[in-house]
Design a protein around this ligand. Structure first.
Ligand code: GLN
Length: 196
C-alpha cells in the first residue's frame, strides 16, 4: 500500500509542528491551503491556533464548504485544540459568525480550561494508545461538554472529556504535536491507512 499523504490545514496555527510530527509518524505530510489541494490528501490535520481566525480564513479561502463536504464523505481528519473546536457539530460561546466544519456529534466549550496563563501539561490516560499515558499540553484548551451516541470518548482529564473519535474523525483538546511523543499522530496515521 502507498504511504498515505496527510495534509495539514495551513491557514493559521501550529502547522509546522504537525508537519514534523506526521513526518516522524512515517507518513507524507503536505500543507493544504486551497480546495484543489484537498484532492491530493488521504487525511487531514486541523492544527491548534485560534478557531475564530481559522473559521474566518476558511470562509475567505473558499475552504469551508469543500472541507465540510470531504469530511461528510469520509475523509479522515484529526483536530487538536482549535482543530477540535472546528470539528464540533456545536460549540458553546462562539464569537459572532464563527463557523465550524463539524464531523463529530459533540458540544465543545471553547477556552474551558481557562486563559493562556492557566495553560498546563498533564499525563492523560488514553487506553486506545499503547505505552502508557500521553503527555497532554493544554493551551487555552477546550473541553467536550457532551457527546452524541455515535461519538466515542477516548480520554478524560479532571472529569472532562478531552479526546473523542467518531468514525474517521478524531479530536483532542491537547497538542501532541508540541511534545516529542508521536503516538497520537501514529494512531491517526493508522486510521488513515485503514480508510485507504
Ligand atoms: N482557545 C483557542 C480557540 O478558541 C484554541 C487554543 C489552541 O488551539 N491552543 O480557538
Amino acid at each position: 500500500m502507498d504511504t498515505p499523504v496527510i495534509g495539514v490545514l495551513a491557514l493559521q496555527g501550529d502547522v509546522r509542528e504537525h508537519l514534523a510530527a506526521l513526518d516522524a509518524a512515517g507518513v507524507r505530510a503536505a500543507q493544504v491551503r486551497r480546495p484543489e489541494e484537498l484532492d491530493g490528501v488521504d487525511g487531514l490535520v486541523l492544527p491548534g491556533g485560534e478557531s475564530t481566525t481559522m473559521s474566518k480564513l476558511a470562509v475567505l479561502f473558499g475552504m469551508a464548504e469543500p472541507l465540510r463536504e470531504r469530511i461528510r464523505s469520509g475523509l479522515p481528519v484529526y483536530g487538536t485544540c482549535a482543530g477540535m473546536i472546528m470539528l464540533a457539530d456545536k460549540i458553546l460561546d462562539p464569537r459572532s459568525g464563527q463557523e465550524t466544519f463539524g464531523g463529530i456529534d459533540m458540544i465543545v466549550r471553547r477556552n474551558a480550561f481557562g486563559r493562556q496563563n492557566e495553560s498546563f501539561e498533564a499525563a492523560v490516560e488514553m487506553p486506545g494508545i499503547p505505552g502508557g499515558p500521553v503527555d497532554g499540553v493544554f493551551i487555552r484548551a477546550p473541553w467536550v461538554e457532551l457527546v452524541g451516541a455515535g461519538a466515542e470518548v477516548l480520554a478524560e482529564h479532571g472529569g472532562h472529556i478531552v479526546a473523542v473519535r467518531q468514525g474517521r474523525v478524531l479530536a483532542t483538546s491537547f497538542h501532541p504535536e508540541l511534545t516529542g511523543d508521536h503516538r497520537v499522530h501514529r494512531y491517526f496515521a493508522d486510521m488513515v491507512r485503514d480508510a485507504q
